[in-house]
Design a protein around this ligand. Structure first.
Ligand SMILES: NC(=O)c1ccc[n+]([C@@H]2O[C@H](COP(=O)([O-])OP(=O)(O)OC[C@H]3O[C@@H](n4cnc5c(N)ncnc54)[C@H](OP(=O)(O)O)[C@@H]3O)[C@@H](O)[C@H]2O)c1
Length: 236
């Protein structure tokens, strides 16, 4: 079954690869980025089933305009929302020296952006056929994995904001459970991108193939879970 997907942060990295794979599988993809003009990769993907539009997840006016646009181009709603846009903050700052400004930057995109886009897109998701929301979280935000003195020791604003994005995922999954939504947090693995760096363990192709296998198969039974690109359940 081909569906309508909306992907945030599609200018590069994992988001761009989601657009490629979803489009080549015949789905309709609304590919969003805060600066489409700056992404030659995204512009090259524009075709009948790939619709590009501007969406800065940190800007409420931009989110409002994107919703208006999507309502016109997808009057039957969107089936799957992929909240992929993310930012790291300063990865050299640990819990003892992370600054308020650094926490604000990471929270602005990873938590407030994901929340605002999800809230704004809900009416369109309610019109859709599958009611799925996929939040790109990270194992670095797993509280259980940092127990016993095993804290990551770096990139604290990223880790704390991704933990909060996990709670956001859980919160939405509880609030929308009775409406048959499936809302999950996914860790893409350590992926070679601008964020993951050159030493990552997976290409974007491998990571996105794995995540999409899970997304295609998931049902309301998976609502509120956290898993990685291979489908392995992770602790919150
Ligand atoms: N790579 C990894 O190993 C890894 C591991 C765990 C989790 N993740 C998560 O996976 C997701 C994608 O990561 P990635 O590796 O592809 O990162 P990336 O290469 O740094 O790309 C980040 C994407 O997010 C977009 N973005 C940032 N702020 C935005 C905003 N305000 N509005 C719209 N888009 C915005 C960027 O757009 P611009 O081009 O405009 O900056 C870019 O498209 C993130 O949520 C990340 O936390 C990645």
């Amino acid at each position: 079954m081909t569906l309508t997907y909306l992907v945030t942060g599609a200018s590069r990295g994992i988001g761009l690869e989601f657009v490629k794979q979803l489009a080549s599988a015949g789905n309709t993809v609304i590919a969003t980025a805060r600066n489409i003009e700056a992404s030659s990769g995204l512009k090259a993907l524009a075709q009948d089933n790939v619709i590009l539009t501007t969406l800065d997840t940190g800007d409420s006016e931009s989110i409002k305009k994107a919703v208006e646009f999507v309502s016109k181009v997808a009057p039957n709603g969107i089936d799957v929302l992929i909240n992929n846009a993310g930012a790291t903050g300063d990865m050299s700052l640990d819990v003892l020296n992370c600054t308020p400004e650094d926490y604000r930057k990471a929270f602005e995109i990873n938590v407030i952006g994901t929340s605002s886009v999800t809230q704004a897109m809900l009416p369109l998701l309610r019109l859709g056929k599958t009611r799925k929301i996929v939040n790109l979280c990270s194992v670095l935000g797993s509280i259980e994995r940092t127990e016993n003195g095993n804290a990551w020791g770096f990139g604290m604003s990223y880790a704390v904001s991704k933990a909060a994005e996990g709670m956001l995922t859980k919160g939405f999954s509880c609030a929308l459970k009775d409406e048959d939504f499936t809302i999950v947090a996914v860790h893409p693995g350590w992926v070679i991108t601008d964020m993951g760096g050159k030493n990552g363990e997976l290409t974007t192709t491998q990571s996105v193939e794995g995540m999409l296998n899970c997304v295609y198969k998931m049902t309301t039974k998976d609502n509120g879970t956290f898993f990685d690109y291979a489908g392995t359940i992770l602790p919150w």
